[in-house]
Design a protein around this ligand. Structure first.
Ligand code: OGA
Ligand code: MN
Length: 284
């Protein structure tokens, strides 16, 4: 198989052509995809026809699949597949509704946050529902050396319940965390700047969805610095905006990006996606 790789913008993202992810990949193709992933942080594969088992098989090429704390939204026949959907059945959401509609990096609130996430579009609304990706390595590079030096060595607290306090609590159709689910995701601390284990590139590792505060700063100092970093990292030149088509498989590197699901579509139109993800390392 000869694959093609076309960059999508200056900071991150590439479209990969000439590959059918539903078939077993030869070693050279798998290596080329892994290398492109490290280099571009977001990879887009168009026109893929992947059933849950095939998506999980492709995910395994990148590491060990992990399961989300919201297990009520996993596919019963393929528990490694997490459903993100606004489709309701008898009033109950069939998947996580309003997932990721704020900037975040997947599972940054766990001790070993997700390395790669893979999202496969099954049904897409007639307009809207894009996903935006911010390049956190490019964002780090774009800071002055003095600011980089100030950030190095800082640590931040990440907490899943922050997204419920600041976002999900506004929506009656998003079920709250159960006591058991809350207990499974206690707050964790991570370095504010992390080094990618494969590329060696440094990246900001904070996000509005889950980063509660910077350790050792006064609350106002922490708020001001985080707000600056979030505004900086989401500069238009550091963001790739993906316009979905049914059949797309988009994979992203949570170690060097954050993302946001744009909530501008008609909630009566189905948006239905299958997500798999790979367990990452302890950020360093
Ligand atoms: C995710 C996520 C964004 C989207 O799958 O982790 O944040 O656009 N999804 O659905
Ligand atoms: Mn996400």
């Amino acid at each position: 198989m000869t694959i093609s790789i076309r960059r999508l913008n200056g900071a991150l993202g590439a479209e990969v052509g000439g590959v059918d992810l539903a078939r077993p990949l030869d070693a050279a193709t798998a290596d080329a995809i892994r290398a492109a992933f490290v280099g571009h942080a977001v990879l887009v594969f168009r026109g893929q026809d992947l059933d849950p088992a095939a998506q999980v098989a492709f995910t395994r090429l990148l590491g060990t699949p992990e399961r989300h704390v919201l297990q009520q939204f996993a596919l019963p026949e393929a528990p490694d597949v997490f459903v993100i959907s606004n489709v309701k059945e008898k009033g109950q959401p069939k998947g996580a509704i309003r997932a990721g509609q704020y900037w975040h990096s997947d599972l940054s609130y766990t001790a070993r946050p997700t390395s790669a996430s893979l999202l496969h579009a099954i049904r897409i609304p007639s307009y809207g529902g894009d996903t935006m990706f911010a390049g956190m390595a490019a964002a780090f590079d774009a800071l002055s050396p003095t600011m980089q030096g100030m950030l190095d060595g800082l640590r931040a607290v990440h907490d899943y319940t922050l997204a419920y306090e600041t976002f999900f609590s506004r929506f009656a159709d998003r079920p709250p965390l159960t006591a058991e689910q809350k207990a499974a995701v206690p707050p964790v601390e991570h370095p504010l700047v992390r080094t990618h284990p494969e590329s060696g590139r440094r990246a900001l590792f904070v996000n509005p969805g889950f980063t509660r505060r910077i350790v050792g700063l006064a609350p106002e100092e922490s708020r001001a610095l985080l707000d600056f970093l979030f505004a900086h990292a989401t500069r238009p030149d550091l963001v790739y905006r993906h316009v979905w088509r049914a059949g797309d498989l988009v994979m992203w590197d949570n170690r060097s990006t954050m993302h946001l699901a744009v909530a501008d579509y008609d909630m009566d139109e189905p948006r239905h996606m299958h997500r798999t993800s790979v367990q990452g390392d302890v950020p360093r």
